[in-house]
Design a protein around this ligand. Structure first.
Ligand SMILES: Cc1cc2nc3c(=O)[nH]c(=O)nc-3n(C[C@H](O)[C@H](O)[C@H](O)COP(=O)(O)OP(=O)(O)OC[C@H]3O[C@@H](n4cnc5c(N)ncnc54)[C@H](O)[C@@H]3O)c2cc1C
Length: 377
C-alpha cells in the first residue's frame, strides 16, 4: 500500500462514505448517522475482524471521518471511541476486555469516551494527578478531568490515571475503564460556544471503586500504551479538520461561482479565487501528511508515526482554520448568517488547533525532537 496514491479499496470506501454523508448532510441527527455508519461497518473499520471489526487500520478510519466531515456531518466521537479506546483495548486489553468491548465499539452499540486532560495539568500531561490506589483486589480512583467529550453518551470513559511504583514511589500513567454510572464518578457539563452534538464535561472521581480488571494493559507499560492511543487520536483529529475545511471550502466555492455583484461571479476575481485555491492546496498537503502518519502507524512504526501524526495534526488544524476563515469571508454578510451555516465553524475549526495537543506543543515537539533545539520549559 502506498501512502501517496490511494488504493482502489480506499477510493471505494471514500466514495461510499461520501454518499452516506451526503444523505445526512449538515442537519444530521447524530444517533441515526452513528448507527447507520456502524451498521455499514465504518465505525469499526480499524478494529480486528475477530471482534467484529473490519480488520483495517487508522488509514481507513480516517477516510471515514474525513468524508463525513466533508459532507458537513462529522462524528467527533470517532476520534475517541474506535480510534483511541478501540485501539488501546485491541492492542493491550485482556481477552475478556476485548470480548466485552470491541464488538460493541465496532457495531456502534457501545461508545467509550477518553479522559486525560486535567484542570491543573493542561498541556503538561506529565503533571496529571488522578491517582489509583489498591484496596484489596480493587482500585480506588480519585482526581479531576476537564473538557472530556461525550461522557454523557458513552457507556464508559477510558481514564488516564497514575499508580504508584512500588519500588521508586514515582507515579506512572495507567488506563482505567470507568463505567458511566460508577459511584463517585461525577460530571458537569461545560457551557461551550460550540454547535456540536457532542458535549464537553468536567469530571470528578471521588474514590471510584473499580474491579481489578478495569485496568487496561500492563501497569508498567505506561507511556507506550498511552501513545498507542494518542497517535491515532492525532491522525483522526487531522481527518476531522480536513473534513471540516473541505466542507467550508465547498460551500464557498459554490457561492463564489454564483454570486454576481459586478459583471462576473465574484469567483472570477483573483482576490476571491486565489485564497480559495490556496486553502484547497493546504488541505491536500495536510491530507498527504495524514496519510503518511496513518500508514506508519498501521505498519507498526510507532516512533515514526508519532512525529508524522503530530505534523499531520498541526498541518490539518492550520489548514482547517484558514479554509474556514476564507470561506466565511467569501460569503460576505451571508458568511455570518445562520442560514448559510458557516459562522459556527469559526469556533469549531479552532478545536483542531487546540485539541488534543495545541499548535504550540507540536511546534515544541518538532523543535526538540526533530530539530534537536533546546527546551525552554
Ligand atoms: C472541544 C474540545 C474537546 C475536547 N475533548 C477532550 C477529550 O475528549 N478528552 C480529553 O482528555 N481532553 C479533551 N479536550 C482537551 C484538550 O485536549 C485541551 O484543551 C488541550 O490539550 C489544551 O490544554 P488546555 O486547554 O489546558 O490549555 P493549556 O495547556 O492551558 O494551554 C493554553 C495555551 O498555552 C499554550 N502553551 C502551553 N504550554 C506551552 C509551552 N510550553 N510553550 C508554548 N505554548 C504553550 C498552549 O498552546 C495554549 O495556546 C478537549 C478540548 C476541546 C476544546
Amino acid at each position: 500500500m502506498s501512502p501517496v496514491i490511494e488504493s482502489q479499496e480506499h477510493k471505494a470506501l471514500r466514495s461510499a462514505v461520501a454518499a452516506l454523508g451526503k444523505r445526512h448532510g449538515r442537519d444530521y441527527d447524530i444517533n441515526t448517522l452513528w448507527s447507520e455508519a456502524a451498521k455499514l461497518g465504518y465505525l469499526g473499520v480499524n478494529l480486528p475482524e475477530a471482534y467484529g471489526g473490519g480488520g483495517g487500520g487508522i488509514a481507513e478510519l480516517s477516510i471515514v471521518l474525513e468524508e463525513l466531515g466533508a459532507a458537513g456531518c462529522p462524528l467527533l466521537m470517532m476520534v475517541v471511541s474506535p480510534a483511541i479506546c478501540g485501539t488501546v483495548i485491541a492492542r493491550f486489553g485482556t481477552e475478556a476486555q476485548k470480548q466485552e468491548w470491541l464488538p460493541g465499539l465496532a457495531d456502534g452499540t457501545r461508545t467509550m469516551a477518553f479522559g486525560i486532560t486535567e484542570p491543573d495539568a493542561g498541556s503538561n500531561s506529565h503533571r496529571i494527578t488522578t491517582t489509583a490506589r489498591r484496596d484489596g483486589a480493587d482500585w480506588l480512583l480519585s482526581g479531576r478531568k476537564v473538557f472530556i467529550s461525550g461522557v454523557d453518551i458513552a457507556d464508559a470513559t477510558l481514564i488516564v490515571g497514575r499508580t504508584e511504583d512500588a519500588r521508586t514511589g514515582s507515579l506512572k500513567p495507567c488506563l482505567f475503564i470507568v463505567p458511566r454510572d460508577a459511584e463517585g464518578f461525577g460530571r458537569r457539563r461545560i457551557d461551550m460556544e460550540l454547535h456540536s452534538a457532542e458535549k464537553q464535561f468536567e469530571l470528578t472521581l471521588d474514590d471510584v471503586r473499580l474491579p481489578a480488571d478495569a485496568l487496561v494493559g500492563d501497569e508498567d507499560a505506561g507511556l507506550l500504551q498511552l501513545f498507542a492511543g494518542l497517535n491515532p487520536e492525532r491522525v483522526m483529529t487531522a481527518a476531522f479538520a480536513i473534513g471540516m475545511g473541505r466542507y467550508a471550502l465547498s460551500r464557498a466555492v459554490e457561492y463564489a461561482r454564483e454570486r454576481t455583484v459586478w459583471k462576473q461571479p465574484i469567483g472570477a476575481h483573483q482576490a476571491v479565487a486565489h485564497p480559495l485555491a490556496q486553502a484547497h492546496i493546504d488541505l491536500e498537503l495536510a491530507r498527504l501528511m495524514m496519510q503518511k502518519a496513518a500508514y506508519l502507524y498501521d505498519s507498526g512504526d510507532d516512533v515514526a508515526a508519532g512525529e508524522a501524526a503530530n505534523m499531520a495534526k498541526y498541518a490539518a488544524g492550520e489548514a482547517c482554520v484558514r479554509a474556514v476563515d476564507q470561506s466565511v469571508h467569501t460569503l460576505g454578510g451571508n458568511g455570518l448568517t445562520r442560514e448559510f451555516g458557516l459562522a459556527s465553524l469559526i469556533t469549531a475549526s479552532r478545536v483542531a488547533r487546540i485539541a488534543p495537543v495545541s499548535r504550540e506543543m507540536i511546534l515544541n515537539y518538532v523543535s526538540h525532537q526533530t530539530l534537536g533545539l533546546p527546551k525552554s520549559y
